[in-house]
Design a protein around this ligand. Structure first.
Ligand SMILES: [Zn+2]
Length: 179
């Protein structure tokens, strides 16, 4: 049987795997005795983790009882800053939502009118030869009949430019400031 420190190394190497996958892998490579030792290490770890979490929670509870501004004076400044940036983001989000979808899509896709509130073009999300990408101008959304991509102007820029939601909002906000 492998010694405990060797098994400990095995446990570390496999601890990030989901339970069943790890089990399958370990089952093939280790004896029953070694497996139960690994399980024991696992239990010990969980016990320590649980205890640490409880300590952490108690610490937070204690902290909330005391004046946290006295303990951490920078907090006031940080909270204010976070609040301001949240407010700013809300404004940017409203502006971003109002950016004209037709205009933004038009920078990537050649659109042709296909009805009163419809514009069609080649889908920028999948390769195609006949247009199945439609922009609906009555409620500002797009849909592709080929790959079923769907969304509003924020989704469009987010997916096409591979941005996070916040980044997409900022890009559209900047765009609106320039136009
Ligand atoms: Zn498509």
């Amino acid at each position: 049987m492998k010694n405990r420190s060797e098994l400990y190394a095995v446990w570390i190497a496999t601890s990030h795997e989901p339970g069943w996958l790890r089990r399958l892998w370990l089952d093939g490579a280790y004896t029953g005795e070694e497996l139960s030792e690994i399980e024991r290490i696992d239990d010990e770890f969980l016990a320590v983790a649980r205890e640490e979490e409880i300590k952490h929670r108690e610490w937070l509870r204690e902290l909330s009882k005391t004046d946290w501004l006295a303990v951490f004076p920078e907090a006031k400044h940080l909270v204010k800053k976070a609040f301001r940036s949240q407010k700013r983001f809300k404004v940017q989000l409203e502006v971003a939502r109002e950016v004209d979808l037709e205009e933004v899509v038009g920078e990537y896709v050649k659109l042709r009118r296909g009805g009163m509130y419809r514009l069609a073009g080649l889908c920028p999300f999948h390769a195609e030869k006949t247009p199945s990408f439609v922009v609906y101008t009555n409620d500002d959304h797009y849909y592709c009949f080929g790959c079923h991509e769907y969304g509003d102007v924020i989704t469009f820029i987010r997916k096409l430019e591979k941005l996070t939601f916040k980044q997409a909002v900022r890009v559209l906000y900047k765009h609106s400031q320039q136009h």
